[in-house]
Design a protein around this ligand. Structure first.
Ligand SMILES: NC(=O)c1ccc[n+]([C@@H]2O[C@H](COP(=O)([O-])OP(=O)(O)OC[C@H]3O[C@@H](n4cnc5c(N)ncnc54)[C@H](O)[C@@H]3O)[C@@H](O)[C@H]2O)c1
Length: 250
């Protein structure tokens, strides 16, 4: 896919399982990476890996739930590359709170701040250079839990992802006249640090209902994101693409 060569992608949550896979995949196609995470160490490892394979990356430490930090990382990307073509809103948190009726107030606020307000700030900030270029691709990482109500995730997480998938459609309408498409993917259970600590019996009962009978990989999410980022997806906007092994067919 040479048509993505030279484009610039800002990927949030780049230090985690799905974020790294997206950075690796896009970098292998010649995309210049602005990798954002609130943890420095995994960003450093990613930087070394991308450099080793001949790619180009800049690392930006920031908390997506802070408008100040988002402005800082977007200016950092523009300073490094002079443009911003692709935004991947991937940073997310999923605290495992067993009690649905006693979720602490701070945890509610944190989940919505990272999973919903963060993508909102990033879309607002990234849309300015994209509008100037009259071209842009935004991909939000939603979740099957936002469609089904979830079984293994907290209800605050499910609600934040449902809202993010709605926000995707709002922004798809707002930014379409500027040549910017806005889509989301809704992964099922993907093997990353986020799901590694989940109880095995919970995962097994979920997988019993899964036609493909397995968890997905971060690379499989990265492939779908790459398609949505590409010029080939030029007529796709406001779409929520399932990547769930057939767990939910809607
Ligand atoms: N793993 C799954 O099964 C699954 C399924 C559906 C959706 N998702 C979504 O995919 C995305 C990536 O998940 P993952 O499985 O790779 O998780 P992960 O925990 O491996 O990675 C998440 C990354 O986001 C970063 N992050 C967290 N809060 C941040 C903040 N405030 N600012 C900047 N960075 C922050 C973390 O440091 C981490 O590197 C999340 O949005 C998640 O909700 C995951």
């Amino acid at each position: 896919m040479r048509e993505l060569e030279g484009k610039v992608a800002l990927v949030t949550g780049a230090g985690g399982g799905i974020g790294r896979a997206i950075c690796r995949k896009l970098s292998s196609l010649g995309v210049l990476i602005a990798a954002v995470d609130n943890r420095m160490e995994p960003l450093q490892n990613l930087f070394e890996e991308i450099n080793y394979h001949g790619g180009k990356a800049t690392m930006l430490v920031g908390d997506v739930s802070s408008r100040y930090d988002v402005n800082f990382v977007i200016s950092g990307c523009l300073r490094a590359y002079g443009r911003l073509d692709i935004l991947i809103n991937n940073a997310g948190i999923n605290p495992t709170t067993p009690q649905w009726d006693s979720i602490p107030e701070k945890e509610w606020d944190d989940v919505f701040a990272v999973n919903l307000k963060g993508p909102y700030y990033c879309m607002c900030g990234a849309s300015t250079p994209m509008k100037d270029a009259k071209w842009g691709r935004i991909i939000n990482i939603g979740s099957i839990a936002g469609k089904t109500g979830g079984l293994l995730s907290g209800l605050h997480y499910c609600a934040s992802k449902a809202a993010l998938m709605c926000l995707t459609k709002n922004f798809a309408r707002i930014l379409a006249p500027h040549g910017i498409t806005v889509n989301a993917v809704a992964p099922g259970i993907i093997e990353t640090d986020m799901t590694r600590s989940w109880p095995e019996d919970g995962k097994n009962s979920y997988l019993k209902e899964n036609p493909l009978g397995r968890m997905g990989s971060a690379d499989e999410v990265a492939h779908a994101v790459t398609y949505l980022a590409s010029p080939a997806a030029g007529y796709v906007t406001g779409e929520i693409m399932d990547i769930n092994g057939g767990q939910l067919m809607d």
